[in-house]
Design a protein around this ligand. Structure first.
Ligand SMILES: [Zn+2]
Ligand SMILES: [Zn+2]
Length: 194
């Protein structure tokens, strides 16, 4: 009938998961996941290790650890920002028919509100989708190479971390990406002219 469960498979055949659960041990290069264009680069590969258990009713629970190393872009200077990902994953997967609420409504709704719930179709679990979502949860909203990154000069584009004095007139830097120009202007505005 169906092939036995393969712990390294990105596309899990749920029908092959035994009643006592199954191991998940995915380890692959970034490109294997087939992610769309992203705001991060995967350095090396990604690892997802843990277990997939059957729920008492239809559904599965994944408890795993997602690891890898990403490279993001600093929002101020566009420099590289390394990010170590080491995330605890605890997700419940329900068959998509349950989403409509037609089956076992109340209980399902409770489960859904208490836990991170995703849905699967046709007895297949696409772990690449899970990894993609979990990576995004791990991303900082505004990646910075350092909390006091000075950003780029809005006139000449020089990296102000390396060239604090690029020679441009600072007073013209109103569209400074870092907002420091605006802050400087505000500070200047409140000063009593000497
Ligand atoms: Zn920066
Ligand atoms: Zn400049």
């Amino acid at each position: 009938m169906s092939a036995p469960h393969d712990p390294s498979a990105l596309s899990v055949n749920l029908a092959a998961v035994p009643s006592h659960g199954a191991r998940v041990a995915v380890s692959a290069a970034g490109e294997v996941f087939g992610f769309p264009e992203a705001e991060f680069e995967i350095v090396g590969g990604l690892r997802l290790r843990g277990r997939l258990d059957r729920l008492e009713r239809d559904g599965f629970r994944l408890r795993a650890r997602l690891g890898g190393e990403l490279r993001l872009e600093c929002v101020r200077c566009l420099g590289s920002v390394p990010l170590d990902v080491d995330e605890e994953v605890d997700l419940v997967y329900l068959p998509r028919v349950a989403e409509s609420g037609a089956l076992g409504g109340g209980e399902r709704a409770l489960e859904a509100s208490d836990m991170n719930v995703s849905f699967y179709d046709e007895d297949r679990l696409e772990l690449a989708e899970t990894v993609w979502e979990q990576l995004h949860l791990a991303l900082p909203v505004k990646p910075l190479c350092s909390s006091d990154c000075l950003g780029l000069c809005s006139s000449c584009g020089a990296d102000r971390n390396r060239h604090p004095r690029c020679g441009c007139d600072e007073n013209t830097g109103r569209s400074d990406r870092s907002g420091l120009g605006v802050l400087r202007d505000l500070a200047g505005f409140t000063e009593i002219p000497g």
